[in-house]
Design a protein around this ligand. Structure first.
Ligand code: GLY
Length: 292
């Protein structure tokens, strides 16, 4: 009998001192597996722990968009039994990942915007009005200030010469993830986010897109964190999955994935196979693994 493995991160850029969050998420997922729940249910339970932690950019701690009022959240889930689901730009729910779990059991695989929110309420998930945390407000002010000065972070460099930069400002301010092996045969990956600091309302990153924010198959599971615009262009989770499917150990595959990017672009990866797990990031990334 093989042992379950759960790995969780709280987003690239989150300080290592916050690793108690991912550790708690891993323990919760493991508890669910111990009760005989499926890999999908266990990974959802773990992801909810991180969505409920206001230190992290998902669920309760989701970033504000640059307009200073919009909170749009994306989330996705996949397992090695070809189950996939995601929500895009969902609002006013506490746990987007819980909605994704319901999408998987529905006739669809992706729901967006108001339709996703209405679907959540139809499924009995209660309304939850998000109040931006003080950290989220600080992040918004910082991003807006840097945009005003024409000096956003390197990963947002396309903002520098975008002719609408000033118009947007006049009109108007991380990601969590888990991978899991259930100790039998199923792998699962989950991701949930409030976007990045430099996000327009309506912007969609990698998180809800299959092969970008998550991928799972018979060889393992992968999840990515970082700048969605960059991750999408490389279908990063699928590429790293293909490496592990070809026999590359998960640690090496994650390092390979992170090295595809300019180090000024924040990127992090987690991967799990039957035997091992791996993680890599080009900045601090609070994370945990059980068993460690
Ligand atoms: N990785 C999260 C995002 O870019 O939205």
């Amino acid at each position: 009998m093989m042992k379950p493995i759960v790995v969780a991160h709280a987003g690239v850029g989150t300080p290592n001192r916050h690793k108690d969050g991912p550790a708690k998420a891993c323990r919760q997922a493991l508890r669910f597996l111990g009760k005989g729940r499926s890999a999908l249910d266990a990974i959802v339970a773990g992801a909810m722990v991180l969505e409920d932690d206001p230190r992290f950019n998902a669920g309760t701690g989701s970033y504000l968009r640059l307009d200073g009022v919009t909170i749009d959240m994306d989330a996705s889930l996949m397992d090695s039994n070809s189950n996939f689901g995601s929500v895009i730009g969902i609002k006013n729910v506490k746990n987007p990942i819980q909605v994704v779990r319901q999408v998987i059991d529905s006739p669809h695989v992706m729901l967006y915007g108001d339709g996703a929110t209405k679907f959540a309420y139809l499924m009995g998930i209660p309304e939850y009005i998000q109040r931006p945390t003080s950290n989220v407000k600080k992040m918004l002010l910082r991003a807006r200030q840097r945009l005003k000065e024409g000096n956003p972070a390197y990963y947002a460099r396309k903002w520098r010469n975008w002719k609408f930069r000033k118009t947007i400002l006049k009109e108007l301010g991380g990601t969590i993830g888990l991978v899991l092996f259930d100790g039998k045969k199923t792998f699962a990956a989950a991701s949930s986010t409030g976007g990045t600091s430099y996000s327009l309302p309506g912007r969609v990153g990698d998180t809800p897109l299959i092969g970008c924010g998550v991928f799972a198959g018979p060889a393992g599971a992968v999840t990515a964190t970082g700048v969605g615009e960059e991750i999408i262009k490389k279908t990063l989770s699928k590429e790293v999955y293909l490496k592990i499917a070809a026999g590359i150990p998960p640690q090496k595959a994650c390092e390979w994935g992170v090295n595809l990017f300019d180090p000024r672009i924040p990127i992090g990866l987690l991967a799990v196979t039957r035997e091992a797990s791996g993680s890599a990031a080009n900045q601090q990334m609070a994370k945990a693994v059980v068993p460690d």
